[in-house]
Write a protein that binds this ligand. Structure first.
Ligand SMILES: Cc1cc2nc3c(=O)[nH]c(=O)nc-3n(C[C@H](O)[C@H](O)[C@H](O)COP(=O)(O)OP(=O)(O)OC[C@H]3O[C@@H](n4cnc5c(N)ncnc54)[C@H](O)[C@@H]3O)c2cc1C
Length: 384
């Protein structure tokens, strides 16, 4: 059988590792660059706690060592009818296809009116620009998200680190953090004590939390928010709303939400296609952990089909380690319908643990199957 994986991020590489653990079949990963970066640790680039080289690895070497084909190429068209994907390196056919091309960050950032007046705290380039700005500004810093953006954790981290840098430099400028939820930081978590404790931590750090506001437009030195409020800032860093990338939408695979609608917990789109990570529609934030869990669950579904194996499936949740300059914190909210696990705590030790975990991810090319997630019970009288 031929297994084709599009995208060598958290989801794509997790699929490849797990398939190879159980099968000797032909597995191919196609991704635009063989250099892959562990981007959840990027906020630490702002304070030089981590160097760029420490975040990256060569996915082609890691895959070929396991007998997985790696094609460094750009996916240009997906043809579900003929079970093919076209790339600038040729056409590839498949029996099973795993879509793992991420959340179309750059194309969505370009849709924000006035985006050229801001940076995006997602790409390496965005972080390097932001670093230079934070260490040179004498003014205010604004951090926020465009409407409907499904991940706010990086914005919390950037706001905390910005406050630390301004404090260290003795700059009087203010740090503003806009949260989409009117409840503020971690607002979507359905427990009042969580956002109350989180908001008061951010306020103690001197950060102005602008609750229930998204970025509508960016002007030179100014952000216009969804309620019309204008915030003056010298440094503006924004995360866009996301969608499945254009190549996936053009193939007719995305729904009205712009993401690919899948069955949960298997992340199955149809008989032969799984849609994983940032490009799949789920009610949870788009995170690396969720991307790896989606990949675990998808491969378990395939292995059940082709080998009769019954492996555990995991529930999605929220696990956010906040890198915050001279402090840090952790939020965990996991539920599988029966059990609920919630933690919100602060301290620099969580950042130390995250740095170790990040090193492991890089060293093992994302082959780290433990995600601290809860298992979900699957009744196999329906197609998982
Ligand atoms: C600053 C920051 C901090 C974060 N912190 C956390 C955190 O603490 N915890 C957490 O769990 N998550 C965190 N996240 C979120 C996490 O990084 C993403 O959710 C994760 O990258 C999604 O993984 P993915 O496999 O779906 O996509 P990606 O990792 O984006 O991988 C997609 C791959 O596909 C390739 N690709 C895309 N289009 C094409 C094409 N047309 N042809 C060929 N290749 C293509 C890309 O180059 C990329 O290699 C953070 C994100 C950021 C930016």
């Amino acid at each position: 059988m031929k297994f084709l994986i599009l995208g060598a991020g958290y989801a794509g590489l997790t699929v490849a590792h797990k398939l190879r653990r159980y099968l000797n079949d032909e597995i191919t990963v196609i991704s635009e660059s063989r250099v892959v970066r562990e981007n959840t640790i990027f906020p630490l680039l702002l304070t030089d706690e981590v160097k760029v080289e420490e975040t990256e690895f060569d996915a082609k070497v890691a895959m070929e060592r396991k007998g997985v084909n790696f094609v460094e190429g750009r996916v240009t068209q997906i043809l579900p009818e003929s079970r093919e994907a076209k790339t600038d390196k040729g056409t590839f056919d498949y029996d099973y296809l795993f879509l793992a091309l991420g959340g179309g960050y750059e194309e969505n950032f370009r849709r924000i009116p006035g985006h050229e007046n801001a940076v995006m705290h997602h790409t390496l380039d965005g972080f390097l620009k932001l670093k230079e700005m934070l260490w040179n500004t004498e003014g205010n810093v604004f951090v926020g998200n465009a409407p409907g953006s499904p991940i706010e954790g990086p914005s919390y981290q950037v706001a905390l680190i910005a406050e630390y840098i301004l404090r260290r430099r003795g700059v009087k400028g203010k740090v503003y953090l806009a949260t989409q939820s009117p409840k503020g930081v971690f607002g979507p978590i359905p427990l009042d004590w969580v956002h109350e404790k989180a908001n008061s931590y951010f306020e103690r750090r001197g950060i102005s939390v602008l609750k229930g506001k998204a970025v509508k437009e960016i002007k030179r030195g100014k952000v216009v928010l969804s309620d019309g409020q204008e915030v003056e800032a010298d440094v503006i860093s924004v995360l866009p709303s996301l969608s499945a990338p254009k190549v996936v939408r053009d193939a007719g695979l995305a729904g009205n939400s712009g993401f690919v609608e899948v069955k949960l917990p298997s992340f199955r789109k149809d008989d032969r296609i799984f849609a994983l990570g940032d490009l799949a529609q789920t009610p949870f934030p788009r995170t690396a952990r969720a991307a790896m869990i989606s990949a675990e669950n998808a491969v378990s579904s395939v292995l059940r089909e082709v080998k009769g194996l019954e492996l555990p499936m995991y529930s999605l949740g929220v696990l956010c380690v906040m890198e915050g300059g001279d402090d840090g914190g952790i939020l965990r909210f996991d539920t599988n319908g029966k059990e609920v696990k919630t933690t919100l705590a602060f301290g620099k030790s969580y950042v130390t643990i995250k740095k170790l975990y990040s090193k492991l991810l890089v060293k093992r090319a994302f082959d780290v199957p433990y995600h601290g997630a809860l298992t979900v019970e699957i009744r196999y009288n329906f197609s998982p």
